[in-house]
Write a new protein. Sequence first.
Length: 266
Amino acid sequence: MKIGFIGAGNMGSAILKGIAGNSLYETAIYEKSQERAKVISNQTGAQIKNSVAELISFAEVVLIAVKPIHIDSLVKEIKECESYASKVFVSIAAGVKIERFTNVLGEIAITRTMPNLPAMVQEGLTGIYFHNMESDKYDDVKVSVKGVFESCGKVVMLPDESAVDKIISVTSSSPAYICVLIDALADGAVRAGFSRSDAYVMAEQTVYGTAKYLLETGTLPCVLKDQVCSPAGTTIEAVVALEKSGLRGAIFEAMEACENKAFGKK
């Protein structure tokens, strides 16, 4: 399948690198920065196209990886391309509703996705919603699109577009929450007498290792928590302190604030 990337920024290039070398995909990029285009092309083997029109003419699937502020001008440019209506579009633009595309381009086949930052190290989580692609003729395309994002992590299929905005608070913004936790753990380690460099390694590896254990064993977090908490031990005292401080409530409030912002609520 021929996949064209409009934009080769951090996330676009991460996805492109994930499928580089996979014989199922033939890739091309259109990137305004010719220097960056050459770098990404050398890293991935993707062809370089010199315009949006040239990219769309090449591709069966067009992956839009530009910043949200550039979407409206890009859509107008796509509208000028003769063959755009026969293409399948995939957007990774955060917060950009499908109607931003369909209001100009009509009822195109489009996939709205929400990848997250860990995709840059092939450990991401991407939510995918297919719009106007119920026909059997899109079955193979949907498998291919899913495969693209599986190349840089795990995938969850979403039932409707509102779920794309809801997942932001769970996966796309949460790396920031986790970084706050890691930073706090590291500060605590420094307070206990460890060097700053060792403190970060200890905190980061523990978070990574815990998540990996849960994923690979299928153990529920609540079960692992209970396994770590020995009766009358040190860990249960720490957990009680976290509960008294309202850690869970703070996370719920953070996610609610994130979701309200995604839906344009005050």
